[in-house]
Structures are given as C-alpha cells and as structure tokens.
Design a protein around this ligand. Structure first.
Ligand SMILES: Cc1cc2nc3c(=O)[nH]c(=O)nc-3n(C[C@H](O)[C@H](O)[C@H](O)COP(=O)(O)O)c2cc1C
Length: 200
C-alpha cells in the first residue's frame, strides 16, 4: 500500500505534524510504503484560472505542484493533515487542493478514465478550540478534494483543544488512535465512507 501523507501546517513539530507522524508510523508498521510531503517546503501557486486543464487535464503552472500530481495519482491512501485556520484548512493546503482542479477537469469535464477503485482518503486535523462547528469547513473542503482526486473519504481524526506547539503529545490516546488507524490502512483494510453530510 502506498500511503501519501500531505502535511499542510507551516509550524514544524506542531500538532498536525505529530498527528500525521503517528498515523504514518502506524501505516509503516502495517506494511505500507509511506511518503510525507510538507507543503510548507513547496512552492505551490494558487489556481490562476487559466482553464487549460479543461482542455487537456493538465495544469500549465510550472511549480512544485507538478511533482505532487503523480504522487496523488499513484497513492492508495492520501492522508491530509492540517490545523484549522479560521474554520478551514490552511492556505497551503487550500492552494494545493485548488490545483487539483486539473484532476477534477479530467474526471468531470473530459470524462477520462481515472485511478480510483479502492483508493482512500483520511483527514487528520487539529484545532485550538472545542466549538461544535470547528471542523465543518475543513471536512467539507476535504470531502470535495477527495472526490476530485477520486478517492473515498474513509476516515478522520479530528482533535480539538490542542493549541500550543506539541500540545497533542499530552494526548497519547489520540496519537495511539491515529497510529492504529494508520496500521489498518497500511495493512490494506478497506473502510466505509465517512458521512460528511449534514456538515454539522
Ligand atoms: C492563523 C490561525 C488561525 C487559527 N484559526 C483557528 C480556528 O478557527 N479555530 C481553532 O479552533 N483554532 C484555530 N487556530 C489554532 C490552530 O488550529 C491550533 O493551534 C492547531 O493545533 C495548530 O496545529 P499545528 O501546530 O499543526 O500548526 C488558528 C491558528 C492560527 C495560527
């Protein structure tokens, strides 16, 4: 199993990175081949609405997204890790997601064959507060991101009330849960679909 971890926080050693690392550690223990991509280290332009992708399914912007596209196509599992920023994903994660419009175009405009069967997605998110709606925006965007790249939204670990850097280390039960989830994905387990709607 190829497990691609995409980490969207600008803060090195922060809560979402620790959470993703636990997941990836489990995935490796389960026999998965893991890869971690730090969006903070990549130069990814926002979508510029050129619409070339509607013609041929390719994005003409030559930046680091070009190396991420093939990884997104070949992964069996995509784990997106992000803190909540203003009730959504980070700008780094959102820029990457918007650029997958090229894949959306392949699927829905050009109606091309697209890798998808049995591919799964996981959202790993951390937030400082404990509000009922704190993950609503991130879940909804992630649902449509996973749809664009044709993977099933199969699991999520959403951690409230972790704010300062590394606070999540004081929640070993959460990290154990992420690691165990990773292990199951690494072993190739197929999960059902997470019910994102209704979004509250
Ligand atoms: C710009 C910014 C916006 C944030 N917005 C929210 C928010 O809307 N809701 C919330 O609960 N936490 C918010 N937070 C707190 C982070 O989500 C929280 O500290 C998270 O655990 C950070 O994860 P990281 O260490 O991986 O970056 C915000 C933090 C920053 C820097």
């Amino acid at each position: 199993m190829k497990i691609l971890g995409i980490w969207g926080s600008p803060r090195v050693g922060g809560n979402s990175e620790v959470l993703l690392d636990a997941f990836l550690q489990g995935a490796q223990e389960g026999g998965g081949e893991i890869e971690k991509v730090a969006l903070r280290s990549l130069k990814i332009s926002p979508c510029l609405e050129i619409y070339k992708c509607f013609k041929d399914g390719d994005c003409p912007i030559k930046d680091d997204m070009q190396e991420l596209y093939p990884k997104l196509l070949s992964a069996d599992v995509v784990a997106l890790a992000s803190p909540i920023f203003f009730y959504g994903l980070t700008a780094q994660a959102k820029a990457m997601i918007d650029r997958t419009q090229a894949f959306w175009a392949r699927r829905y405009v050009l109606k091309q064959e697209f890798p998808g069967e049995n591919r799964q997605g996981v959202l790993l998110a951390t937030a400082a507060t404990k509000g009922k709606h704190v993950f609503v925006g991130a879940r909804l965007v992630t649902h449509y991101f996973f749809d664009a790249i044709n993977i099933r939204y199969a699991a999520e670990v959403l951690v409230k009330q972790v704010d300062e850097k590394g606070a999540i280390r004081k929640r070993p039960e959460v990290l154990a849960e992420a690691r165990e989830l990773g292990r199951r994905f690494g072993q190739g387990e197929q999960f059902g679909k997470v019910k994102v709607f209704p979004v509250v």
